[in-house]
Write a protein that binds this ligand. Structure first.
Ligand code: UDP
Length: 239
């Protein structure tokens, strides 16, 4: 599949057109940003890890009946995906308090919830991705009520699959962010990535952070954490 002109460059990925108008190629970069874009850096090897981790997890979602944009992996950093129009919502599911949940509500990190929470933010860099609820999303015509219901259902289903998978790898799934897209025929599918950039993953025994918080919080050992989490995935995925 031929890479044609670049359609988009985001913080962690570039997207290219192909000779099929319904297929795009995503190319994962090692660049990392945090704190609303204020902190910038690179994490060596991240692009390849996030690409391959996302693809394996997307394939798992498909097997669980959750439709995704994934088509096939082309190279360590590149993947063929369905062209989608991204629904401008960041969909965040949480099992344990951390990050903005902890700071916003003034609680410590690590409180295990009786049931997962879901929240949306409006994907809009100029407005700094403000939090909104489903009524706001519908009022702003970001999605229809039926689409919001489907997105919620898929997001909790992703949580069930991911939580069980990571638990089997000795990893606790704390929280994560998803993005959904609409294909040419209007089908809602899971898009973007599922990686240590977009999930909080703690070692189940030691609670050591194995995700982008090591970069956000200048904790060191960033590359090692990404390598370790990929190794755990591959060890388990092969079984
Ligand atoms: N997250 C993300 N992109 C964002 C904001 C959050 O991937 O722009 C992920 C983040 O990695 C975490 C979850 O969503 O796994 C919840 O993040 P939170 O709202 O606590 O914000 P953060 O502290 O990560 O900015």
């Amino acid at each position: 599949m031929q890479k044609l002109d670049q359609v988009y460059e985001g913080k962690a990925k570039k997207v290219f057109r192909t000779d099929d108008p319904e297929l795009f190629i995503v190319d994962y970069k090692d660049d990392a940003t945090a704190l609303d874009g204020l902190k910038k850096g690179t994490i060596a090897g991240k692009g390849a890890i996030n690409n391959q981790m996302t693809n394996r997890l997307m394939a798992r979602m498909e097997r669980a009946g959750i439709p995704t944009h994934f088509v096939r992996e082309l190279s360590p950093r590149e993947t063929l995906v369905k062209r989608v129009e991204i629904v401008p919502l960041e969909v965040i599911v949480r099992n344990i308090s951390a990050g903005h949940f902890a700071s916003r509500y003034g609680v410590e990190e690590g409180i295990v919830f009786d049931q997962p929470t879901i929240e949306f933010s409006y994907k809009n860099d100029d407005l700094h991705d403000p939090l909104l609820n489903s009524y706001h999303a519908i009022a702003l015509k970001l999605a229809t009520p039926a689409e919001i219901e489907l997105i919620k259902r898929y997001a909790f289903a992703v949580n069930d699959v991911l939580k069980a998978f990571w638990a089997a790898c000795g990893v606790t799934l704390v929280d994560f962010k998803l993005e959904f897209g609409k294909t040419a025929d209007g089908t809602i599918v899971l898009a973007d990535e599922i990686s240590p950039d977009t999930c909080r993953l703690w070692d189940s025994e030691t609670h050591e952070k194995l995700d982008k918080d090591r970069f956000r919080r200048d904790m060191g050992g960033v590359e090692d954490a990404y390598t370790e989490i990929m190794k755990r995935l591959l060890d388990h995925d092969a079984e």
